[in-house]
Design a protein around this ligand. Structure first.
Ligand code: CLF
Ligand code: SF4
Length: 505
């Protein structure tokens, strides 16, 4: 079988539009320069960017105007946050001070988002006062907001005024019958509306808001919570409709429902989806839409790279003590952005360059990434302990693993798995067996784990579980390392289509 050579898409050649291009590493190469410039340093809108750029949220929006069955108002908005965590509520002034302090301390922090703890647009004074101040004081920070969409049409003008270029709407359904099983009520025109009528109003407002934002050229990401048995079969239709109305990216997130969180779904025993169900649903939607696969369902006061939380370094008492010279910080931030942009451009160029112009090392990887051997091999899931786009983390120190699917079509990110860190030092991996067992369970569908180093004990336990550890590609770019391993497996005859993974044979 001839494998696809990655080339700019016809859309790119014609100067593609936001709704025809995606934000994944491979698709970014098909973006027009204008769109690429808008997403290349946004860690949520660009899969590539999330390896390099950080985001932060400020929790300035306490109230909400709807009720979701997966939310307990004691906690943060679960539309973009893990349920069960509570944020430190800030005033707009405190939020601005915190943002400047974080941006000075973490120069790769490129995006400030407001995502809770309630709905940002149900708290318009607090939300827009924060944006207004930041647009003046920190013009180098992208502003981003996430909303349930109920009052979005009323605020599109104001969002545009503050140059808010990225808006997330949580759309779980386009059918009021399904909506009535997700939203018991909304607060609308000074009264509470229930059931199907409430869902119909909410859906209508979400769709209208989406169309208005798209008409203004604002990039819209749609989040959907995958609720097994409620909206799982319906989400591909949602994906088609929101794409047709101009959404740029679709982020299907797993429902997190635990009785301890006190949510309706948690108490009623509504189950959460398994990783394989989530991936299958994302794949089903992907035929029509660009899918986000690297969301970490971060909290409403998250700080740092996706997957890490440095919020504890920036509590109110700590930032009060910090001296911030933001003029000076902006110089450092601009230099870092330029450096990362150059690195990303080099990475794109390497993936496209003809092999003859590359170094031998790069030729090896290019062959594996852009034009793998023309044999047919089955797809393989590989977990990667990664940092900054590289296989760079010791197995025992990994807090999470990125999961890639390697196949003849190349390497693509399909999700991530959380893992507890159990290693007390470089040579002491395996001390906490139960934590290791939990990590192995989380990676049960993966055949390979790539990491920078790994101790003897976890190596043995992973192998016994049928997961092959691999430390050969330490500090190599992730996709290239993943494809190198896949090609080794192919050459060894382990990837015949129809042949199950060795451990399952
Ligand atoms: Fe925050 Fe959301 Fe903006 Fe990102 S998060 S408001 S778009 S800056 Fe990102 Fe976090 Fe997923 Fe949200 S990983 S939960 S998608
Ligand atoms: Fe909770 Fe967010 Fe839903 Fe409001 S929109 S009920 S805060 S999950």
């Amino acid at each position: 079988m001839d494998l696809p050579v990655i080339e700019p898409s016809p859309a790119a050649a014609a100067g593609c539009s936001a709704d025809s291009c995606g934000a994944t590493a491979r698709q970014v190469d098909g973006l027009s320069d204008a769109i690429r410039a808008r997403v290349q340093d946004h860690p949520c809108y660009s899969e590539d960017a999330h390896h390099y750029f950080a985001r932060m949220h400020v929790a300035v929006a306490p109230a909400c105007n709807i009720q979701c069955h997966y939310c307990n108002r004691k906690y943060d908005c679960a539309n973009e946050s893990r349920p069960g965590v509570v944020s430190e509520l800030l005033t707009p002034d405190q939020a601005v001070r915190k943002t400047l302090a974080v941006a000075a301390a973490i120069p790769q922090m490129s995006v400030l988002g407001i995502a809770g703890p309630g709905d940002p647009l149900a708290n318009p004074e607090r939300t827009f006062e924060t944006f207004r101040q930041l647009a003046l004081k920190a013009p180098d920070i992208k502003l981003c907001v996430s909303t349930n969409g109920l009052v979005l049409p009323d605020h599109v003008e104001e969002l545009a005024r503050y140059d808010i270029d990225h808006v997330t709407i949580t759309i779980n359904c386009v059918d009021p019958e399904i909506g009535a099983r997700i939203y018991p009520w909304i607060f609308w025109k000074n009264r509470r509306v229930y059931g199907r009528e409430a869902a119909a109003i909410l859906i209508g407002q979400q769709q209208k808001g989406l169309e208005m934002l798209s008409a203004r050229g604002i990039l819209v990401k749609v989040n959907s919570v995958l609720i097994p048995g409620v909206n799982d079969a319906h989400l591909p239709e949602v994906s088609k409709i929101v794409k047709a109305k101009g959404a740029f990216l679709h982020n299907v997130m797993p429902l997190i429902a635990e009785a301890g969180h006190g949510t309706f779904y948690g108490v009623m025993g509504q189950r959460s989806p398994q990783p394989a169900e989530l991936k299958a649903l994302q794949d089903a939607c992907a035929g029509d839409m660009n899918m986000m696969r690297h969301c970490r369902q971060c909290r409403a006061d998250a700080v740092g790279l996706l997957g890490e939380d440095r919020g504890a370094e920036f509590t109110l008492d700590k930032i009060e003590a910090m001296e911030v010279d933001y003029e000076a910080a902006m110089v450092v931030r601009a230099a870092l952005r330029a450096q990362i942009a150059a690195e990303l451009a080099e990475k794109r160029a390497r993936a496209h360059a003809p092999a003859a112009s590359a170094t031998p090392q790069v030729i090896k990887f290019q062959h594996q990434v852009a034009k793998p051997a023309p044999a047919v091999g089955r797809p393989v899931l590989m977990a990667v302990a990664a940092k900054n786009g590289l296989v760079a983390v010791h197995f025992g120190h990994a807090r999470e693993f990125l999961v890639y699917e390697a196949s003849a079509a190349g390497a693509r990110l399909v999700g991530h798995r959380r893992a507890a860190s159990y290693c007390a030092g470089d040579e002491t991996c395996g001390d906490a067996d139960s934590v290791l067992a939990g990590t192995i369970r989380a990676l049960a569908d993966c055949e390979v784990v790539l990491c920078s180093r790994i101790g003897y004990e976890p190596w043995g336990q992973l192998e016994a579980a049928g997961i092959q550890p691999n430390g050969e590609y330490a500090m190599q770019p992730i996709e290239e390392a993943v494809m190198a391993v896949w090609n080794e497996m192919l050459a060894a005859g382990r990837l015949t289509v129809g042949q199950p993974a060795a451990r399952r044979a």
